[in-house]
Design a protein around this ligand. Structure first.
Ligand code: C2E
Ligand code: CA
Ligand code: CA
Length: 695
């Protein structure tokens, strides 16, 4: 048999007898009531304070107290202990009123059979109530925890009701988005509506599903932040949508570091320009995109001429500074949609997304023009030249690799032609293996005397005397025949072979000069120097050695240096020229008028003469502007105390004009083409005297 269940029982009753009956009935029903009987308001209050009761029974009417008062007192105190009236017949109306007042049941004293089942039920329900209360307390506690989390979370937590008004706005939301809770609670969400639509849209269709998005939000102060946002629908107890919750994390910092890492992979650290990898990616996208519109992608490869010399002589930091200035110059003549990339070294690439070949050539011309103005590096003006090779999709390649390869070939052609720009063609491609072959063969050619010199005479216009010759190099190639200097001087400059080549030319020219002198011909011989030679501190001594070995007087040697070569490194050039001048060697500035040297700078140079570039001379008889340039150059040069030589004289008319302008000397096809020594003998002895020119 089960043990009787202990119940703490409070009985509000004036009759001892009735109390006994009640207790006995409970005991019969399997209970062990530990009870207390009270019959006044005071004793009831004392009993309630004394302990927690499992159940309370009360008579309806007592001499000193009313059962309904007892009930009211209990409920006032928030006490929900089961309360049962146990009374004589009180009539239906009273019973109803008692239940309404909050009694749990009503049992008639004459019929106590209902008592135990009622107690069973009430105790069970009280247990359920206790459990629920416990759960509610736990819930409240967890709500408080949740609230603490919301308050202290580094994530912005925002709840929005179905009308779009803010219900919750935690301190992190204040911090991340800038609006305070007071400003937004109960108001429409301040973040821009189009973003809100996007956020809420998918969530509304897929209830309860989280949507994670990364956006840029505008803060209250207008600052844009990168944010990751997750949206979820809020539902009430009935499962109806009661709003939307946004959780926003400020990922600006993370994005920034991601961008840095991405930057290291896709951008050149020196110039900040896209690198080869990014260019490749962009080509990969641009080629099919252009093809879809029946258009071409233009890839321009731009290589600086003589950059190595600039770098070697000015030092790498200045070389780097120069490279950093290239991008902005190029950008100035391009569209924002065009990509400029640095391929490495002094090589840059430009991607033109939709273009035809004519536009590409035009763009290349603009790029070269943009580089024409001297670059100021620590106050030193640096003139650079560049060559551009162009390849177009799909004609010259349908993938990035092919386009880059073909633009590269075109670029080398541009360099060799000295034309500045070359468009790829398969015709050009046939020649490019030759270029590479030439590079390998040039050293042998220098060592094995496969080079030879032609000499072009210069005449003095006033005295009509032949004053000297200019040595111009040629390469007698066993397979390709005679190769002009334009096609291998650049290669020599880039491969470091320019030094042995120059020394070979100086030696051969001096040897020839010696022969002429032995024949009684008092001729000066001029040799061209390249920009690289001006950076070689050994050059003056080596030339001195060659002069000594040949026995030719230093004043019979004339060195021609182009204006642009001087500007590659004016400080260094000045140093070398001074040493050469101190040795009594004659110095000329070649191609004058094509560079950007200032007169102030020229004035300081230890040079003897200036050669006006043939581009101004050739057409000066017909082109008024050219004539003006030639005339003012002659005047200016004379003012500086220097002699003037005009090159590119192709007609008698020009020759006479130059004489009238008081030009000192002239050189050109009209006087003589560059000739080998054997033919020059005939020219000296027959052609020249016939024209009145003599040695
Ligand atoms: P440059 O120093 O300006 O030489 C003059 C060029 O003009 C020569 O071309 C010559 O043949 C050409 N020329 C002469 N008279 C006329 C004329 O009346 N009309 C026209 N249209 N052209 C004329 P070349 O021999 O092909 O030489 C081209 C360039 O190659 C030279 O230009 C010079 O910069 C360079 N070069 C030639 N030999 C050497 C050398 O030994 N060393 C170096 N570093 N460069 C050289
Ligand atoms: Ca020359
Ligand atoms: Ca020249």
């Amino acid at each position: 048999m089960a043990l009787p269940i202990q119940i703490h029982t409070l009985i509000v009753e004036d009759s001892e007898e009735d109390t006994e009956l009640l207790v006995r009935e409970l005991q019969k029903g399997g209970y062990d009531p530990i009870y207390e009987r009270v019959e006044t308001r005071e004793s009831l209050l004392a009993a309630l304070d004394h302990r927690r009761w499992d159940i309370i029974f009360s008579d309806y009417t007592m001499p000193q107290f009313k059962g309904t008062e007892a009930l009211a007192l209990l409920r006032e105190r928030g006490n929900d202990t089961p309360f049962l009236f146990v009374s004589g017949t009180i009539g239906e109306d009273r019973a109803v009123a008692a239940m309404k007042a909050g009694a749990d049941d009503y049992i008639i004293k004459g019929n106590l059979k209902r008592l135990v089942p009622a107690v069973n039920r009430e105790l069970r329900e009280a247990e359920v109530r206790r459990e629920r209360k416990k759960a509610e307390e736990a819930l409240q506690e967890s709500n408080q925890t949740l609230e603490a989390i919301v308050q202290s979370s580094p994530l912005a937590i925002i709840a929005i009701d179905p009308a779009g008004k803010v219900q919750m706005w935690n301190p992190a939301a204040e911090q991340i988005l800038g609006w305070s809770a007071e400003e937004v609670l109960g108001h429409p969400i301040p973040i821009r509506p189009e973003e809100r639509k996007q956020e809420a849209g998918p969530a509304a269709h897929e209830a309860k599903k989280f949507v994670n998005l990364e956006r840029q939000y505008k803060r209250k102060d207008g600052v844009l932040i990168e944010a990751s946002i997750s949206t979820s629908l809020l539902c009430n107890n009935k499962g109806e949508i009661s709003g939307v919750m946004w959780i926003i994390a400020d990922i600006t910092e993370r994005k920034r570091s991601e961008a840095t890492i991405k930057g290291m992979a896709y951008y050149d650290t020196l110039t900040g320009l896209p690198n080869r990898t990014l260019l490749h990616d962009r080509l990969q996208q641009a080629i099919p995109a252009a093809a879809g519109e029946n258009k071409s992608v233009g890839l321009l490869l731009l290589d600086l001429d003589h950059f190595r010399e600039i770098n070697d002589t000015l030092g790498h930091p200045r070389g780097d500074a120069l490279l950093q200035l290239i991008g902005p110059r190029l950008q100035a003549v391009l569209q924002p949609s065009d990509t400029i990339a640095r391929m490495g070294g002094d090589e840059f690439a430009v991607l033109l997304p939709r273009i035809d070949s004519e536009q590409a050539v035009l763009a290349a011309g603009n790029l070269l023009k943009a580089l024409e103005k001297p670059f100021l590096i620590e106050g030193i003006p640096i003139v650079i030249e560049a060559s551009i090779g162009i390849a177009l999709s799909p004609d010259h390649g349908e993938n990035p690799e092919r386009l880059i390869q073909h633009a590269d070939i075109a670029m080398y052609v541009a360099k060799e032609n000295k034309k500045g720009v070359a468009l790829y063609s398969s015709e050009v491609d046939k020649h490019s293996p030759r270029r590479l072959a030439l590079l390998g063969e040039l050293r042998d050619a220098i060592e094995n005397n496969h080079l030879f010199l032609l000499y072009q005479p210069k005449i003095h216009l006033w005295t009509r005397r032949v004053i000297g010759v200019e040595a111009l190099v040629r390469w007698q190639h066993p397979r390709y025949g005679v190769i002009p200097p334009d096609q291998f001087i650049t290669i020599a400059e880039h491969s470091g072979l320019i030094k042995p080549l120059t020394l070979w030319v100086v030696k051969s020219a001096l040897d020839q000069c010696k022969v002429w002198r032995q024949e009684g011909r008092d001729l000066n011989v001029a040799v061209n120097l390249s920009a690289r030679n001006l950076e070689d501190p050994e050059l003056p001594d080596q030339i001195a050695g060659l002069l000594e070995a040949s026995g030719v007087a230093p004043s019979s040697l004339n060195l021609e240096i182009t204006e642009s070569a001087l500007m590659v490194n004016p400080v260094h050039a000045m140093e070398i020229l001074t040493r050469l001048n101190n040795m009594a060697i004659q110095l000329s500035i070649d191609d004058f008028g094509t560079g950007y040297s200032s007169l102030g700078y020229l004035k300081k140079l230890p040079v003897n003469q200036i050669k006006i570039d043939k581009s101004f001379v050739k057409e000066m008889a017909t082109d008024e502007e050219d004539a003006i340039i030639v005339r003012s150059t002659i005047e200016l040069t004379h003012n500086l105390g220097l002699k003037v030589v005009a090159e590119g004289v192709e007609s008698q008319e020009v020759l006479e004009k130059l004489a009238a302008l008081d030009c000192d000397a002239a050189q050109g096809y009209h006087i003589s083409r560059p000739l080998p020594p054997s033919e020059l003998d005939t020219w000296f002895s027959k052609t020249a005297p016939a024209k009145g020119w003599n040695l």
